[in-house]
Write a protein that binds this ligand. Structure first.
Ligand code: SF4
Length: 63
């Protein structure tokens, strides 16, 4: 499973980072620096929670 962040939607709430700081690293101004990344084994639940927590609906999971 891959996690994809649409940077054009991200407004830097950092909720994703608070759920999984390794998967969702932030850039210098607090926006998600992730564009596409493979979800590590066992990290799917956190990734799904991040999808639900993002107020901008900027995060998607792809098979
Ligand atoms: S929660 Fe959404 S808007 Fe906030 S930093 Fe993460 S991807 Fe961006």
């Amino acid at each position: 499973v891959k996690v994809v962040v649409d940077k054009s939607r991200c407004t830097g709430h950092a909720r994703c980072h608070s759920i999984d700081a390794e998967l969702f690293q932030l850039d210098d101004v607090g926006y998600s620096s992730v564009t596409t990344s493979e979800v590590p084994p066992g990290g799917e639940d956190a990734a799904r929670n991040a999808v639900l927590s993002c107020p901008e609906m900027a995060i998607q999971l792809e098979d």
